[in-house]
Write a protein that binds this ligand. Sequence first.
Ligand SMILES: NC(=O)c1ccc[n+]([C@@H]2O[C@H](COP(=O)([O-])OP(=O)(O)OC[C@H]3O[C@@H](n4cnc5c(N)ncnc54)[C@H](OP(=O)(O)O)[C@@H]3O)[C@@H](O)[C@H]2O)c1
Length: 361
Amino acid sequence: MGKIPIAIIGATGIVGQQFMVALQNHPWFEIYRLVASERSAGKNYREALYHDGIFGWYCDEGLKEELLEMRVISMDEFKPRDVKIVFTALDSSEAKVIEPKLAEKIPVISTASSFRYFDDIPILIPGVNNEHVELIRVQREKRGWEGFITPIPNCTTTGLAITLKPLDETFGLEKVLMTSLQAVSGAGRTSGVLALDILDNVIPYIPREEEKVQRETKKILGRFTGNSIEFSDVQVSCTCIRVNVRDGHTESVFVSMKKEADVEEAKQAFRTFGKSLRELNLPSAPKEMIVVHEDPSRPQPRLDRDTYDGMATIVGRVRKDEALPNGLKYVLLSHNTKMGAAKGAVLVAELLSKFGFIEGF
Ligand SMILES: NC(=O)c1ccc[n+]([C@@H]2O[C@H](COP(=O)([O-])OP(=O)(O)OC[C@H]3O[C@@H](n4cnc5c(N)ncnc54)[C@H](OP(=O)(O)O)[C@@H]3O)[C@@H](O)[C@H]2O)c1
């Protein structure tokens, strides 16, 4: 089997750069087209990374010379049928217009929020809600598309949903209270957070973030009924805070369960979670979906965010909570631009390939 040609739309942004890293040596997929705005179109990738004379490569990893030399094109020049999958890393206002046009012809795996809340569109996390892929067939039939749109969750939802799933399976969820401490890269480059606002500071408000996390968590943990998703009835309430960290969202989570929650049983549920993902042998999957620390000073973004190349959710400080009925509390860390964005979207593409949704695989 030859490699499957793919395109990255929004290739020069924060998430776009992580897509380049996640795909440059991928065993199944080959980067075939790079698309960005008119600002970058016509330049090679290296030139397009300059903003006001400053080279804006943000990832720790380097990039192959041939990719730095690759020409960036505009949407007008891009022909969807040249590739088999499109990964989009666009602002939601751009994604809202661009993604449906592409989905008429080919699969679109999106990091934007524009289509997450439609009834016929799943929000996929491999290993958590694999069965929701079937909603793609409903979507195609309803919209008459040859392709489809599958968004990944908001980067703050990802780690929360991954850790809640084994707790739901073991004890049943009633209520979740979460406070996040979110990295600066989560705001992207274009709209971004000004250095002057975040240095030496904490900002207790991220526009629209809390509503997204609350809604997405209930959908991801919901049940696929055959033609739609019945949302989970868990109540989720959160506060999202921006902190002066480059990558890695930390979240302090309090959960009230249907049954009494034993701490050791909860840790065991975390540690063993992910069987349905491991069995698929996907190239971007972490060896363990959840890594549990006993050291009360973990997880820390600098120490732990790159575990399994940023694809694991790291949990620590698992304790009983006496204030909530059947309460448990813990701290989690999830890499927002790897599992929470680009490489997480690549993992979705791998899942869809295995499940027969990608032509040529
Ligand atoms: N950052 C995160 O941690 C994270 C995590 C999960 C999801 N997301 C979501 O991912 C998306 C991208 O975020 P980001 O942080 O990567 O944003 P970003 O750094 O601002 O990058 C935006 C990208 O979109 C391109 N672009 C803008 N208008 C375009 C157009 N009309 N046609 C083609 N390309 C266009 C830009 O190209 P130019 O360079 O040419 O302007 C750039 O490549 C957003 O929806 C965000 O909410 C982000």
